[in-house]
Design a protein around this ligand. Structure first.
Ligand code: PLP
Length: 409
């Protein structure tokens, strides 16, 4: 008999966005004359830049000629791309990360989900609540969680993010081994200061723990004092891996290209306490389960790291940040509390009149024809919160906020 991996049976409910989509579809069928504005899903709306298109076209042309044709790409990515990433994202900003510490992939979702495979099932994980669901579900699938009770898995250390701690969780109250942090955060839009991240680095050092730092939204950080990379923090190269992506930075959600930084010094331990290189282990994993990112895509990605490409990225992110400002100014006028929207495309608002996340979702959909994401879908601490995103057309954002102003609660 072919038996199921019983860990998959522990996965909770239907996927949040599928449920949102179902409600929106039902509403639209009953109200065909209403124009719905979607500020829910975290997908970009601006097209790829002209320089990226130029790079992609170059890649296509190379594939059509015997002299420049490429077969399987290197598992860790082409040197031409890794060198540019190291220079533009790190060295030019005074951070000592080299090309051979960068591993190119098709997405930060894949990498953040797959990385846990390198660790024993007994390691204790710490995950924020609310959280980007991939970190948790990948650990559930791997058998690192026990039973599900009252909205939470036994065996997981949850780090509560709430108004009291300004959505930046406190250090764990027990010893943990694998810590997932994401700043700027999805869904709360919150950012971390250097002092705050230093506490985590010190904790990880003291406990021989590892931080998995998701920096998928680093391009949105505009304030000088807010770190874009955990490697801006002293000592982080000994205890942290960083995930980056071109999805939100350069519109690659559908094109797929990301990269993970694993410092050379980073070690993990076997039962005898013997050290192993984490980078070598990841490459071993990738070489078995992954055949690299297409040459054409990497040629497109390379253009993001040229001077012109960087200017284009800035322009697109400025556009989304302007949308975020329209949303936050509108919320302020309405007296609705929120976090994020400043160095982030996400706005995490507190539902008015203590409505539940889903009550507010339905009210917004039925009365304003605007779609957002119920905060409770990201974890129990998200109850009473609601996520809006700045991805979308400016005119739609203006109209959505205008409609919100007329909402009667
Ligand atoms: N990490 C976070 C925190 C995200 O919000 C997302 C996408 O929404 C991803 C990773 C996925 O990035 P990618 O498109 O590179 O897989």
């Amino acid at each position: 008999m072919i038996k199921i991996n019983r860990n998959y049976l522990k996965l909770q409910g239907s996927y949040l966005f599928a449920e949102v989509a179902r409600h929106v579809k039902e509403f639209q069928e009953l109200n065909q004359d209403k124009r719905i504005i979607r500020l829910g899903i975290g997908d970009v709306t601006e097209p790829l830049s002209q320089n990226v298109i130029k790079g992609l076209n170059e890649g296509v042309a190379h594939m059509g000629k015997r002299e420049t044709f490429q077969g399987y790409p290197p598992y860790e990515g082409f040197a031409f791309l890794r060198e540019k990433i190291a220079e533009i994202d790190f060295k030019s900003k005074g951070i000592n990360i080299c090309a051979d510490e960068i591993y190119v992939s098709t997405g930060a979702k894949e990498d953040t989900a797959n990385f846990q495979e390198l660790f024993d099932t007994s390691v204790k994980i710490a995950i924020t609540d609310p959280v980007y669901p991939v970190y948790l579900d990948s650990n559930v699938m791997a058998g690192r969680t026990a039973s599900f009770k009252n909205g939470r898995f036994d065996g997981v250390h949850y780090l509560n993010c709430n108004e009291e701690n300004n959505f930046t969780p406190d250090l764990p109250t027990e010893k943990v081994d694998l810590i997932y942090l994401c700043f700027p955060n999805n869904p709360t839009g919150q950012v971390a200061t250097k002092e705050y991240l230093k506490k985590w680095v010190d904790y990880a050092k003291a406990n021989k723990a590892l931080i998995l730092f998701d920096a998928a939204y680093e391009a949105f950080v505009r304030e000088k004092d807010i770190p874009k990379s955990i490697f801006e923090i002293e000592g982080a190269k000994e205890v942290a891996v960083e995930f980056r992506s071109l999805s939100k930075t350069a519109g690659f959600t559908g094109t797929r290209c990301a990269y993970t930084i694993i410092p050379k010094d980073l070690k993990i331990y076997d039962d005898d306490g013997k050290e192993h290189s984490l980078g070598s282990l990841w490459l071993r994993r990738q070489a078995t389960k992954f055949n690299g990112v297409s040459y054409i895509i990497q040629k497109g990605a390379e253009q993001v790291f040229t001077k012109e490409g960087q200017e284009e990225v800035k322009k697109t992110i400025d556009y989304y940040l302007d949308n975020a400002k329209i949303i936050t100014e509108g919320l302020t006028k309405l007296g609705i509390k929120y976090s994020g929207g400043k160095n982030s495309p996400y706005i995490w608002l507190k539902t008015p009149k203590k409505l539940s996340s889903w009550e507010f979702f339905h009210k917004l959909l039925n009365d304003c024809y605007v779609v957002g994401t119920p905060g409770v879908g990201f974890g129990s601490c998200g109850e009473g919160y609601f996520r809006l995103t700045a991805f979308g057309k400016k005119d739609d954002v203006i109209e959505a906020i205008d409609r919100l102003g007329k909402l009667k609660i």
